[in-house]
Ligand binder design. Structure first.
Ligand code: AMP
Length: 570
């Protein structure tokens, strides 16, 4: 089959429309198996699974949503503030807005004469876009690229350049299955090679050429990270099969250390070594032999683990100076060992890996998490409360005899978290959902009140978008009520009069200057539809600000009391 970027995007869109993960996998496998070169297979898998660039390349196409939106507005000859922004509010998605405008605005249609773009040519476009830095240069390149594309290519190329997923309901694990099906290779072996290479494109290419066995572990190439599932969805049958550790509110990191050479990688497999010189100094002086550790970087001061928000001050800084390092000193706390002495150990059980990790910790003074035995549910409760009193997020439960599983959320690691809090909010917009709830409005933009707030002219401003947490019945009732409150319709979105109050729960509050409220909520979700409350009862921006401050100022137990991790003396 002639592999073009268009045929790939059409396949991606067909995957999005297909219901059921097996059917989605079959579609993707069919596409991959028909490709005629290794390069096409590598790029197709990479574009679907990782985006414009391989995660291990550390390269990013830094096209922000404002840059893309401004470029699209000039391409379509519309006003960014007056037309583009309201359309984006309506669809709730930058890329979707651009796709629709490209499709419907005659000025844009005239400029586009789609050509077939091969996958390597597409890689070249992404590369060129990542090389330019000024907004004008990016916009010029985007115009040149869009003039050769159909709307579906435009939408997915934008999503590939973004940091998020393609939003087609197709996770890495499905892509792994599709590669296995396409090239009749064992799924487990594909997963192993994915872990080793850290690259889904390379994995697909090796599968196609029958060379999976050639992939070997190499130091200073990040390995894929193991992920955890929330406990609500996967009730634990037998807690004694698990051990518990406190869940630190920090940043996941993988440290590769060999003698004086040290690199640190983030969860998205990017190199972040320069940002944490203290960690580098520590491991360089420890002189480990080809070791890979998995752990969490936290701000640690006055014997206490500090809130994530303090770590955020360090995260964007590529070369922190002495002042920043002393203001927000960080520590890497290890919780797993993936390789030692140049040999991988991730296929061994947690118990075995842990034994090795503790030996290394004793020998080199590496901070490691404290492990707690669990006998029954009461232990979980007690340890959870202790974790919270340390200022930690909750607990991680890990199956004792499990391998380190990559790129997949299973029952092996479970997280028990305390919700960050809850707010009563007003539904401002309802967006028609895709997938199972198709036909109903199922995604909601929720607002808080700024009626009495001199800083704002509006009555409500958005604080987050929530997708689930209601029953089918509640969703039906919600849809009936919504229609009575609708005042505007923009495509798949309804603008509503304030009328329905929803209590939402979230994991955390973070400062985000780019939003109207100045804050974003992590993982907002429905706790209850408050038919008993009126919009005037909703929480205000001041309540959000207070909750943020409370979190920052919360008392934190020092680590000398019931420590949640151990720093061995060297
Ligand atoms: P979440 O980000 O909510 O999916 O939770 C999983 C994350 O918790 C991991 O990616 C780690 O960054 C973090 N974490 C904190 N403490 C631990 C721990 N003791 N073991 C594993 N992960 C941890």
């Amino acid at each position: 089959m002639e592999a073009t970027f268009r045929s790939l995007c059409e396949c991606i869109d067909a995957i999005r429309r297909t219901r059921g993960s097996n059917a989605k996998i079959r579609r993707c496998a069919g596409f991959l198996s028909a490709l005629q070169s290794n390069d096409d297979v590598r790029l197709a898998a990479q574009f679907i699974g990782e985006g414009a660039f391989a995660s291990i390349s550390s390269r990013k196409a830094s096209i922000g949503s404002r840059t893309a939106g401004l470029a699209a507005s000039s391409f379509c000859e519309i006003d960014y503030d007056l037309v583009f922004k309201p359309c984006r509010t309506a669809t709730g998605s930058n890329s979707e807005t651009i796709g629709r405008l490209m499709e419907n605005i005659p000025e844009a249609a005239i400029k586009r004469s789609p050509e077939e773009i091969s996958l390597p040519e597409m890689e070249e476009w992404f590369f060129r876009l990542s090389e330019v830095s000024s907004r004008d240069a990016k916009s010029g390149l985007l115009h040149a690229m869009w003039s050769r594309m159909t709307p579906v290519e435009i939408v997915y190329s934008i999503r590939m350049m973004g940091q998020g997923s393609l939003r087609i309901g197709f996770e890495t694990r499905s892509l792994v299955s599709a590669i296995s099906k396409a090239f009749s290779e064992d799924r487990e072996e594909i997963r192993f090679v994915h872990m080793i290479t850290g690259s889904i494109g390379r994995t697909a290419e090796l599968a196609r050429s029958g060379k999976l066995h050639e992939a070997g572990f190499k130091m200073f190439h990040p390995l894929s990270f193991m992920l955890a599932s929330p406990i609500e969805n996967r009730a634990v049958e037998d807690v004694s099969g698990y051990v518990a550790e406190e869940k630190f509110d920090g940043m996941r990191a993988q440290v590769h250390a060999d003698g004086g050479k040290v690199e640190i990688y983030s969860r998205d497999l990017n190199q972040i070594t320069g940002s944490f010189p203290e960690v580098v100094r520590f491991f360089a002086s420890a002189q480990l032999s080809s070791t890979v550790l998995d752990g969490e970087i936290c701000v640690f001061m006055d014997d206490r683990i500090m809130p994530f928000q303090m770590l955020q001050k360090r995260m964007g800084i590529k070369k922190p100076d002495k002042k920043i390092q002393s203001q927000y000193p960080v520590l890497f706390i290890a919780f797993d060992l993936l390789a030692h002495d140049g040999q991988t150990v991730f296929e061994q059980t947690l118990e075995e890996r842990r034994d090795l990790l503790e030996k290394l910790s004793d020998q080199y003074g590496i901070p490691v998490t404290t492990r707690f035995e669990l006998n029954d549910e009461d232990d979980v409760e007690e340890l959870f409360n202790r974790a919270v009193s340390h200022g930690n997020e909750g607990l991680m439960l890990k199956k004792r005899f499990s391998r380190y599983e990559y790129g997949q959320r299973g029952k092996t690691w479970l997280k028990v978290k305390e919700p960050g809090g809850s707010f009563d909010t007003v539904i401002m917009y309802a967006h028609a959902g895709s997938g199972r709830r198709g036909g109903l409005y199922s995604d909601f933009t929720l607002g808080i009140s700024v009626k009495e707030d001199e800083r704002y002219e509006e009555e409500y401003i958005p604080i987050g978008k929530a997708y689930g947490g209601y029953t089918d019945q509640e969703l039906k009732r919600l849809n009936t009520e919504l229609k009575k409150l609708a005042v505007e319709r923009y495509g798949p979105t309804l603008g509503l009069k304030p009328g329905i109050v929803v209590e939402i729960e979230f994991d955390d509050i973070q400062i985000n200057k780019r939003t109207k409220a100045g804050y974003t909520l992590r993982l907002p979700r429905f706790r209850a539809i408050r038919w008993d409350l009126a919009p005037d009862d909703s929480d205000t921006l001041k309540d959000v600000e207070k909750a943020f401050e409370r979190k920052m100022e919360r008392d934190r137990l020092p680590q000398s009391v019931n420590p949640s991790f151990k720093i061995s003396s060297r």
